[in-house]
Design a protein around this ligand. Structure first.
Ligand SMILES: Cc1cc2nc3c(=O)[nH]c(=O)nc-3n(C[C@H](O)[C@H](O)[C@H](O)COP(=O)(O)OP(=O)(O)OC[C@H]3O[C@@H](n4cnc5c(N)ncnc54)[C@H](O)[C@@H]3O)c2cc1C
Ligand SMILES: NC(=O)c1ccc[n+]([C@@H]2O[C@H](COP(=O)([O-])OP(=O)(O)OC[C@H]3O[C@@H](n4cnc5c(N)ncnc54)[C@H](OP(=O)(O)O)[C@@H]3O)[C@@H](O)[C@H]2O)c1
Length: 372
């Protein structure tokens, strides 16, 4: 059976627990999901797509603001407005179409300036943290026809999560590691659609719509003797737990090196016992930990890479595969810059040469990224 966005599998959540500590700035959750008789088989590196529903209270607030009845069936639809806003439309993140429409129909100096400017940062700064409701409320007198409003929304998207388990170790089960996205300003609390759908609406026994997103590139080597270096701060750790479970199951002889980073050891060292056991059992030959806020000067995974630059370089020279997972905006770029620097230092070469070295690693599929 093939499950996809149009035909998702209804999978049961079998357990959920908070991984991050009481005083963490993060809310990192571990979910276990049964694949039942779906026939879904996954490999380390694959992701699971989850189709969420929207926050019930936000739906009602938007309907109230539009000053319409929640049970009406909008033109061209078969479901009530309430149903459509719950399950069909993305109602948190505004589309550019909606933003431009609002700008044309209200007088808002800052929004107008941000849209006119060539400097894209201005618009990003203006948009940051604001949702659809905030944009509608930029002018309390702004009124919008319901049918037009719906055309300015996009379809509710599924969200991808790196699978944290290995199928061989947990047959017919999938584990996920999800950072719940919540933020607030003086007036409102905001919830990321899918991560808070999971955290607040899904419990043991809840069924959720899922389908597999295979990743043909971010894969363990077929050769069990190959060494791997895994760099995964924050939720970037997720696929590497799967990698390590799989390598343990297969009895791979290739060496494994993990770089993990988080804010504090006491609150944010997720999967601590499992990782330390991998180390104790020699599944993991090397473990480098960067707890950024445990000392006055921040330490990141790339600082740990620099400390071990000679050894990393030697592993790469010996054919190791380097994997990076997690934040695309800053971390992955900084890690790549560090890799470049390490190569320059070790080869005593120019930037051009080290960039060529990295290009070659990519060509040989020995530098693989899964960043978001
Ligand atoms: C291949 C892949 C694998 C992934 N794996 C994982 C994983 O293993 N674990 C994981 O947790 N995530 C993972 N993600 C990210 C995940 O798919 C979602 O993007 C994430 O959970 C947020 O979705 P959401 O629906 O909760 O939030 P959304 O409704 O999509 O809202 C997110 C948006 O909210 C805004 N926002 C969030 N926080 C703030 C803030 N503090 N202040 C202001 N604005 C804010 C930002 O604009 C952000 O883009 C992965 C993504 C991809 C593509
Ligand atoms: N697309 C999405 O919707 C989505 C989903 C999940 C996460 N994210 C974003 O991705 C980022 C990482 O989130 P996360 O929860 O996975 O990790 P995280 O817990 O925020 O960070 C993990 C560790 O990485 C450190 N770090 C910060 N900047 C870094 C950099 N440039 N290079 C290396 N390490 C760095 C952090 O240090 P400090 O915090 O002490 O600086 C922390 O110690 C966040 O900005 C988060 O909002 C986005």
């Amino acid at each position: 059976m093939i499950w996809n966005r149009k035909k998702p599998y209804l999978a049961e959540i079998t357990s959920s627990k908070l991984l991050s500590g009481k005083y963490s700035n993060k809310e990192i959750m571990h979910y276990e999901i049964s694949l039942g008789d779906s026939g879904i088989y996954y490999e380390p590196g694959d992701s699971l797509a989850i189709i969420p529903t929207n926050d019930h209270n936000l739906v009602l607030t938007i309907i109230d603001r539009l000053d319409v009845n929640s049970s009406i069936i909008p033109d061209g639809h078969n479901s009530s407005l309430f149903e459509l806003l719950m399950s069909h439309y993305e109602i948190l993140t505004p589309t550019n179409r909606l933003i431009y429409f609002i700008n044309e129909n209200i007088k808002h100096h800052d929004l107008n300036m941000a849209l006119k400017s060539d400097n894209k940062n201005l618009l990003n700064e203006f948009k940051y943290g604001k949702d659809v409701l905030d944009f509608i409320n930029l002018d309390k007198n702004f009124k919008i026809d319901l049918n037009i409003f719906l055309t300015l929304l996009k379809q509710l998207q599924h969200r991808a999560y790196s699978i944290t388990s290995s199928y061989n170790t947990y047959p017919k089960k999938i584990h996920l590691t999800v950072s719940t996205q919540r933020w607030k300003n003086n007036l409102r609390n905001y919830n990321g659609v899918c991560s808070t759908f999971l955290a607040d609406k899904c419990f043991k026994g809840t069924k959720i719509k899922v389908f597999l997103i295979p990743n043909r590139i971010f894969k363990l080597p077929k050769n069990q003797e190959k060494a791997v270096i895994m760099i995964g701060p924050g939720t970037g750790l997720a696929p590497f737990i799967s990698f390590l479970q799989e390598r343990k199951f297969l009895g791979s002889t290739g060496k494994n090196w993990l770089f993990f980073g988080a804010q504090t050891r006491i609150n944010d060292f997720i999967y601590e016992n499992e990782i330390l056991n991998f180390k104790k059992n020699r599944v993991l030959q090397k473990l480098d930990l960067a707890f950024s806020r445990d000392q006055s000067k921040k330490i990141y995974v790339q600082d740990k890479m620099y400390e071990s630059r000679a050894e990393i370089f030697q592993w790469l020279e010996d054919g190791a595969i380097l994997y990076v997972c997690g934040d695309a905006l800053k971390m992955a770029k900084d890690v790549e810059n560090m890799l470049k620097l390490i190569i320059e230092k070790q080869l005593d070469c120019s930037e051009i040469k080290s960039l060529e070295y990295i290009k070659n690693l990519k060509k040989e599929k020995r530098y693989l990224l899964d960043v978001y």
